[in-house]
Design a binder for this molecule. Structure first.
Ligand code: SF4
Ligand code: SF4
Length: 162
C-alpha cells in the first residue's frame, strides 16, 4: 500500500483517519507513521495521553481520537513530520489544516501557499490563517491553512509560493 516512490496510497492513509467524518468537526491529529521505528516523541509530548506506543518504542503510534484536542504539540514534536492536524467546517465547506514546516523562509499569515498531495502534486492554493512558531517548537513551525473541504484527506503539506 506504499508505492515504489514511498508514497502512501489512499487506502493506507485513509486508515489513519477517524471512522466517521463527524469526529473531524473538531481538530484531530492524523498520524501517518507507517514503519516500525524506534521513536516516540509523539507519545511523550502529548499532554492528554492521546497517543500510545508503549514500552516497545518500535511499535507504531496509536491515537485515541476521543482524547485528542487537536492542540498540535505532537505535530511539531515529531521528527518525521508525520503528523498533521485536520478539521472540517461543514457549514463553510472548508477544511482547516495544520502542517509542520521546517523550511525558511516561513509562510506569512494572510499570504497564499500551494497545498500538495502525498506525491507532491499541486491540489490548491490556500490562505495562511496562522503560523505558530514558538522557540520551544524545535525550529518546526505549525502552519494553519484553509482549503476547500474536498482536500481534507488528500492534502499532505504546503509549499511556499516564490
Ligand atoms: S494534537 Fe495534541 S492532544 Fe492530539 S494527539 Fe497531538 S499532542 Fe495529543
Ligand atoms: S514521533 Fe513521529 S516519527 Fe516518531 S513514532 Fe511518532 S509519529 Fe512516528
Amino acid at each position: 500500500m506504499i508505492d515504489k516512490n514511498g508514497v502512501a496510497l489512499r487506502e493506507l492513509f485513509m486508515k489513519e483517519f477517524p471512522p466517521t467524518e463527524k469526529t473531524l468537526e473538531k481538530p484531530k491529529a492524523i498520524i501517518e507513521c507507517y514503519k516500525e521505528i524506534p521513536c516516540n516523541p509523539c507519545e511523550t509530548s502529548c499532554p492528554f495521553d492521546a497517543i500510545e506506543i508503549g514500552e516497545d518504542i518500535n511499535k507504531r503510534p496509536e491515537i485515541d481520537f476521543e482524547k485528542c484536542t487537536g492542540c498540535g504539540i505532537c505535530a511539531y514534536s515529531c521528527p518525521g513530520l508525520a503528523i498533521s492536524i485536520r478539521e472540517i467546517d461543514k457549514e463553510a465547506k472548508k477544511a482547516q489544516l495544520k502542517f509542520p514546516y521546517e523550511f525558511t523562509p516561513r509562510p506569512k499569515q494572510g499570504h497564499y501557499v500551494n497545498v500538495v498531495d502525498r506525491s507532491g502534486e499541486f491540489l490548491s492554493e490556500a490562505k495562511v490563517i496562522k503560523v505558530i512558531d514558538r522557540p520551544r517548537q524545535n525550529k518546526t513551525a505549525l502552519v494553519h491553512v484553509e482549503v476547500d473541504e474536498q482536500y481534507l484527506y488528500d492534502a499532505a503539506t504546503i509549499e511556499v509560493i516564490r
